[in-house]
Design a protein. Structure first.
Length: 363
């Protein structure tokens, strides 16, 4: 089904979801010169007209099905609980819309594959909001690896650790049915995507993992600014995930993610790449954007630490939307059908399967 585009060259976008993520998407599409936020949808009926007025959206819908079928829209942007990503995306792609989806792509690799197949079948773009890879520190390390400045990267350590960061301890985030899992599927996609991007997109071939949900079940670790609702009222997922990943280039990755822990870590993100000729560490405490990169190497036999001046812009989702719109305008369907995000979803699946079976899982 082809959508009936407006006479203007500006792409018309509709956002599904009225929470924090939804408002972030609305802001990005409103700021982009090549797009117009034309419609929004969500179940929070008291917020719907308020946000429609704030962002000057022409149409507002209480049901996402109605937004998806709006013939004037070119883009559907999904910022809902994870369980709705798959049905909204498939319906939108089948209706001739391009889809911009919040991470994770879906609850499972099977659902993610169906979304990618729908994008291919309808010649539409499917992209995920992996905004961390747009940070300047990440881009700098990606370039260094590509240029061979680190030599062969044989092992990486990546982590995202929170002391008190469960986003709604009894909300949809901690509902197995609505979220698909806990910290692994919430923060894991950003870590895995950014690392694979820096390494040049190797494939993960095996995963050995453990998960724990001790703190959440005991009532510890909820975020102080708890904005999330609509859950089961139970903590059904994990708050800690640890995995060893083996890659097809012979290298390895140690991954650890916590929503909450009785530890010194507060809101610390770390990427540490160990190369034969040099190492690189990106350390991001409390979402810091300045001077987060360190390079470790030897000069004349002596260990040297370099700290390049790095400032990561705060564009976030706007940077991702910029690239998404470029792909839409270029009709670059084959390269942007969600396949790279599908691999990330399969890695998340393998982490959960390995933890459940106490065995290494081969992708």
């Amino acid at each position: 089904m082809e959508n009936q585009k407006s006479d203007s060259d500006v792409l018309r976008a509709g956002v599904v979801g009225l929470g924090y993520a939804g408002k972030t998407h609305m802001t990005a599409f409103s700021k982009h010169a090549g797009t117009k936020l034309a419609a929004i949808a969500g179940k929070e009926l008291e917020r719907l007209p308020v946000l429609a007025e704030e962002f000057n959206a022409e149409s507002q819908y209480s049901d996402w099905e109605d937004l998806v079928q709006d013939p004037t829209l070119d883009i559907v942007s999904i910022a809902t609980p994870n369980s709705l990503h798959h049905p909204i995306a498939v319906a939108a792609l089948n209706a001739g819309k391009h889809v911009f989806c919040e991470k994770p792509l879906a609850l499972s690799g099977k659902q993610a594959e169906e979304m990618a197949q729908a994008a291919k079948r309808n010649n539409r773009i499917l992209e995920v909001a992996f905004n961390y890879r747009r940070r300047n520190d990440v881009a700098t390390v990606q370039r260094m690896v590509a240029e061979g400045q680190l030599g062969r990267v044989y092992h990486s350590r990546v982590s995202w650790k929170r002391r008190k960061g469960i986003p709604g301890i009894n909300s949809w985030f901690t509902s197995k049915a609505l979220a698909g899992g806990g910290v692994t599927i919430d923060l894991g996609p950003h870590l895995i995507d950014s690392l694979l991007y820096m390494l040049g997109e190797p494939k993960v071939i095996t995963v050995s993992a453990v998960v724990h949900g001790e703190l959440g079940r005991a009532g510890y670790g909820g975020m102080e600014s708890d904005r999330q609702t609509m859950g089961s009222g139970k903590f059904e997922v994990e708050d800690l995930s640890s995995a060893l990943l083996r890659l097809d280039d012979g290298s390895s990755v140690a991954l650890e993610i916590t929503w909450a822990s009785h530890a010194v870590d507060d809101e610390d993100i770390s990427f540490e790449l160990l190369g034969v000729d040099a190492g690189a560490r990106i350390f991001i405490p409390r979402y810091e954007t300045e001077n987060t990169l360190s390079i470790f190497r030897e000069v004349n036999g002596d260990p040297v630490t370099e700290r390049p001046t790095i400032s990561s812009t705060g564009e976030g989702h706007l940077a991702v939307v910029n690239e998404f719109v470029e792909h839409v305008l270029a009709n670059d369907f084959a390269s942007n059908d969600g396949s790279f995000a599908l691999h990330r979803s399969k890695i998340i699946d393998a982490i959960y399967e390995s933890a459940a079976t106490n065995q290494e899982v081969r992708l």
